[in-house]
Design a protein around this ligand. Structure first.
Ligand code: R5P
Length: 296
């Protein structure tokens, strides 16, 4: 039987290389480029006939990546692929899970319907589940969800002395509590009120008893950094040690990375779901195990 073909579309070459080895796949070649008017050009150079195709594509630039991804998937199918799996370590469009205002698109459902139409299975890492209890509520294809908590916990245990884990909002409790539990350290959960894309209020807490600890802010996503910057300002006012920011997915929109560095954080740590200088936690073994479970 032919080995599966792994086509990487998101430029995360390091993760692609480790996944090639760990899934026993062959590299699939695909050219993706943009026409001057912004349309996408896709050409698969590898022979897809009767092959199982794995496409690696984190969706941190969703609108830019989705067309090449769907063109690639549909073309592979048309050229005779036996099966198509999507490895999307970061799954976009999970946050609009409800209609907050009349007429809004519930984009999480629409996006899930689209991906479910084109792929036979999906592997992802800590999707933003808030009002959905599981991914299966919106994704209709077989899927595996990896939790980065054990890997983050183990990095923090080995690198940070006396951590106090802090979650900036109620959704973060699912990640913060498991990381804190695994690292056997205390945690606090704050309350966030979002007024706009770059405007949040976060409840304050009595941080004074924690001044011998290193605050470790844990969230699933750092997007604009507004959430974490708000908490960092509070910790600074309370006179706590410089904080560590630990996130599963470092999206870093709006120069969030530079803003966090300028705020005086001690360290920013992310998983390699999205390639970035802050990557300290490698997901490849967990991703490969999930792929092997679904594929074989
Ligand atoms: C949303 O609730 C997520 O868990 C994150 O807190 C959020 O995406 C972070 O966004 P930003 O970095 O723009 O504040």
């Amino acid at each position: 039987m032919n080995k599966p073909l792994l086509i990487a579309l998101d430029g995360n070459t390091e993760l692609a290389n480790t996944l090639l080895a760990q899934t026993g796949s062959e590299r699939g070649d695909c050219i993706v480029r943009q026409f001057p008017d912004g349309e996408s050009y896709v050409r698969i150079l590898s022979d897809c006939r009767d092959r199982d195709i794995l496409i690696l594509c984190s969706l941190h630039k969703p609108d830019q990546l989705i067309m090449p991804l769907l063109f690639c998937a549909d073309t592979a199918r048309e050229l005779g692929a036996r099966s198509l799996g999507l490895i999307a370590p970061y799954l976009a469009y999970m946050r609009q899970d409800i209609r907050f205002h009349n007429g809004e698109a519930i984009s999480s459902k629409i996006f899930a319907k689209l991906i479910s139409q084109y792929f036979d299975w999906l592997v992802t890492v800590d999707p933003h589940l808030h009002r959905y209890k599981s991914l299966g509520e919106i994704y209709t294809i077989p899927h595996r969800v990896i939790s980065a908590a054990p890997l983050l916990a183990s990095w923090i245990e080995s690198n940070i002395e006396n951590p106090l884990f802090i979650g900036p909002d109620s959704e973060s409790e699912q990640w913060v509590s498991s990381v804190a539990h695994l690292a056997q350290a205390p945690y606090l959960i704050l309350e966030k009120t979002r007024h706009g894309d770059r405007d949040v209020d976060i409840s304050s807490a009595d941080f004074s008893r924690w001044n011998t600890h290193t605050p470790v802010l844990v969230d699933d996503i750092i997007s604009t950094g507004t959430t974490l910057l708000n908490v960092i300002a509070q910790l600074h006012t309370a006179g706590l040690r410089a904080a560590v920011c630990a996130a599963v997915h470092g999206v870093f929109a709006d120069q969030a990375y530079e803003k966090l560095i300028a705020s005086g954080v001690h360290r920013i740590v992310t998983s390699n779901s999205i390639a970035h200088a802050t990557n300290a936690v490698d997901l490849s073994i967990a991703l490969a195990a999930a792929v092997n479970e679904l594929y074989f």
